[in-house]
Design a protein around this ligand. Sequence first.
Ligand code: SAM
Ligand code: SF4
Length: 349
Amino acid sequence: MDALLSKLSEQHMLTADEIIWFLRHLTPDLKKRLYLLASETCKQYYAESVYSRGLIEFSNFCKQDCMYCGLRRSNSLAQRYRLTEEEILECAEEGYQLGYRSFVLQSGEDFRFTEQAMVSIVRNLKRLFPDSAVTLSVGERSEAFYRALYDAGADRYLLRHEAASRQLYESLHPGMSYDNRMNCLRVLKEIGYQVGAGFMVGLPGQTYQHLAEDLLFLQEFHPEMIGIGPFIPHSATPLKEAAGGTVEDTLVMIAMARLMVPDALMPATTAMGTLDPVGREKAIAAGANVVMPILSPLKVRRKYALYEHKICMGDDPAHCRSCIEMRIAVSGYKLELSRGDHCNFPCLS
Ligand code: SAM
Ligand code: SF4
């Protein structure tokens, strides 16, 4: 075990067999050492900084039908909404006034937001807030769309790979293509975006073998951002009876991903905070270094329900900012409000 921990922290790589063996033999004591190594490694790249990204959830319409997600098109109980461009800019303005210089625009796969509409939003964000970074998380689109948005000024793109195992991916994504998802990620990187991949922990049917494939994919693809969170079942989806992921299993994956891709920016997800009041603090102590306070208008927050009982539903952005800042300070870190680029994109910071 010690040899594997050393290999992880020094060479930043393991084989599939080593990962599986490691996961099978983890003890509480080893987990503690793993988390400590992961947080020390993170500090080597980003010191005690935890970066903030103001999250604007601008549409919950989705043409996809992912088995796990409350926004899937077959969920007829979901109350759908779209923000106007003006409302999106207002959310960003409020975040900007609070000091945020990094914004994430996230939605279901809503093609009513055409290339032209998205270009206009991104251009206006960059015009109004030129010292801010803009991240898109709007799913699978064409190469032309990705290029047009990059040219309009978008800096980053989050598209979790969801499952590196083709078989697991296909079982969770009816009508979607594993090859297309992987191709989107490659194209995004080629274009020059800082790219985010990632996956959920605790999906039904997910084995150590699958998790090893996820970690190996991250090791090889080396994304700038890695989002790993627990799967939380939603009662209006086919996976409503599933057990879901645990904070503990997710922490192990966060720490291992940190050691395998040491320079990644990794969020302490809202899903972690939903399962455990100090889940985000635990994620930071296991190697995460990003938080994503929600800037979406209060009137739509509850409707953006990937899963239920999400935290921060009634908290206004000013409250969220002070709450997060306090939690991070108590953990011994500092909330960083700047753009917070990946360390290989330093000229942008
Ligand atoms: N529609 C875009 C996409 O799928 O890439 C972006 C928004 S999507 C809601 C963002 C992420 O939410 C997904 O990549 C997925 O991993 C996560 N997610 C969806 N349903 C979830 C659930 N029930 N529990 C935890 N995370 C979930
Ligand atoms: Fe749509 Fe994204 Fe949810 Fe899949 S995960 S149903 S693409 S919002």
